[in-house]
Design a protein around this ligand. Structure first.
Ligand code: ZN
Length: 473
């Protein structure tokens, strides 16, 4: 339970909302806030996720490690965040503020070398003038809480979003940088797993252990940031991707260049997995108006965009959108095409507020992880995806059970709601969940095992030999 959800007051985020993100460039710091609110409302949204700080700041700051957007001084107020909050709140629009503490301009990091993420080759990584920061650094430990405390004292925002509160193993260029090997990360790993060599990256011995250590660190940070924010503004939700806080942030985009790793059912899958694992945490499924991050000038096809939104909504998640820069519906016509899906959500607000999945069939997604991590790790999900497609094409309603949430699913006895559970593989399945499946069968449930479920410790030819599960089914 986070600091925000411990607050007894009403939680605005528990009721369906419609979020649009404008992911601003430095040149957008001069934007007309009132006009942007008009545009947002006309496109069917009621919540604005807008940049605040981190890499560059859109409000006045003065610490040497903080740099304002190049055009911020051209605003009469010199303060975009203040203008955004005022313009939005005048029209009843909520504001979530976006921070990205994952990177900093390289010259700032040069003055604080101990903040840098050290990649698998022992190097810092810098792309486009930005150097990646380690989540175990004093930047995250000391400076970020001070930045957040100052921010929420100044601005009555409705929530805070953290972009990339992660160990950035994969650079924007697609280059794989591996596990952080800074002194603190090595010490933390040794403390948890004495005698184990520090892994360099995915596929290495000890990588799975590292993921647990890394997630624990990110969770610790997110909890602390939530406490800082809520000490000043009680009931302020946090939203981020990897750590489950008040609002789950799930992303999907069309992708060029990912070949077979792209999966058109990603929004449905993300929405379903999160609704089943954390029914009390609203899940956003976020689609960009352009074709993937590398193609910011190429508009998403309107029908595809609507399909993404409808997929999210059909499984009880909230469709949301992001534009790089302002939400320009003339350049990105999909924005207008999505408006009627949002109208449908608005018109059936109470229905979606009480959404409960009612499928009687569950499909287990082996190994856990997400569609995005599938792209990163190149795991083979073909058998699972084949069964997913078969169920879909047969018009059989089903839920997806994500094994990354297996422990909480087993503890909550989620399987008992189903008549049939389909298991297309057991990789990553722990003893607790296997016992839950046994119990499900004993209680009269039907368990359907296919292909890879019978191949304990099977090899994925693209990744070489893999450690056999400790206890096979
Ligand atoms: Zn580190």
């Amino acid at each position: 339970m986070t600091a925000a959800s411990r607050f007894p007051g009403p939680h605005w985020w528990s009721s369906p909302f419609r979020l649009l993100q404008t992911n601003l460039r430095e040149t957008d710091a001069t934007l007309d806030a009132s006009r942007a609110v008009d545009d947002l409302l006309s496109l069917g949204y009621d919540t604005w996720l807008c940049n605040a700080g981190g890499i560059v700041y859109f409000y006045p700051v003065d610490e040497p490690y903080q740099r304002t957007a190049r055009t911020l001084a051209e605003r009469p107020s010199g303060d975009l965040v203040g203008d955004v909050v005022n313009a939005a709140h005048e029209r009843g629009v909520r504001v979530l503020s976006r921070f990205d503490f994952s990177r900093l301009p390289a010259d700032i990091v040069a003055a604080h070398p101990e903040w840098a993420f050290v990649d698998r080759d022992g190097e810092w990584y810098t792309e486009d003038g930005l150097t990646a920061i380690c989540p175990r650094s004093d930047y995250h430990e000391v400076r970020v809480p001070a930045i957040l405390d100052d921010f929420v004292r100044r601005y009555p925002v409705d929530g805070v979003f953290f972009n990339w509160l992660q160990y950035p193993e994969l650079a924007y260029s697609g280059a794989y940088k591996g596990v952080c090997r800074c002194e603190r990360c090595r010490a933390a790993f040794q403390l948890e797993h004495p005698g184990h060599a520090h892994p360099r990256g995915v596929g290495d011995k000890g990588y799975d252990l590292w993921l647990t250590v890394a997630l624990a660190r990110l969770t610790e940070l997110a909890e602390r940031y939530s406490e800082v924010v809520n000490a000043v503004r009680p009931g302020t939700p946090l939203m981020l991707a990897d750590v489950r806080m008040d609002i789950a942030f799930l992303e999907t985009n069309s992708a060029l260049g990912h070949g077979g790793a792209w999966w058109p059912h990603t929004p449905s899958e993300l929405a379903g997995v999160n609704r089943i694992s954390d029914p009390a945490v609203p899940a956003l499924v976020h689609s960009s108006v352009n074709v993937g991050l590398p193609y910011r000038q190429v508009a998403e096809e309107p029908a595809q965009f609507r399909r993404y939104m409808a997929q999210a909504l059909s499984r009880g998640a909230l469709p949301s959108s992001v534009a790089v820069g302002l939400a320009d519906a003339d350049r990105f016509p999909c924005l207008r095409s999505g408006a009627d899906v949002l109208d449908f959500l608005r018109g059936h607000h109470d229905l979606y507020a009480d959404f409960e999945p009612a499928s009687q069939v569950a499909l287990v997604r082996p190994r856990g992880g997400t569609a995005l991590s599938a792209m990163q790790s190149r795991d083979d999900f073909s058998e699972y995806r084949g069964l997913y497609t078969a169920l879909q094409e047969a018009h059989i309603a089903f839920d997806v059970i994500g094994l990354q949430h297996q422990e909480q699913l087993a503890h909550r006895d989620v399987l008992s709601r189903y008549r049939v559970v389909v298991v297309p593989g057991t990789e990553g399945m722990g003893a607790l969940f296997r016992r839950a499946l046994d119990e499900f069968v004993r209680a009269g449930g039907s368990l359907l095992l296919t292909g890879e479920a019978f191949e304990a410790g099977h090899r994925d030819p693209r990744r070489g030999a893999r450690r056999a599960p400790e206890d096979t089914p």
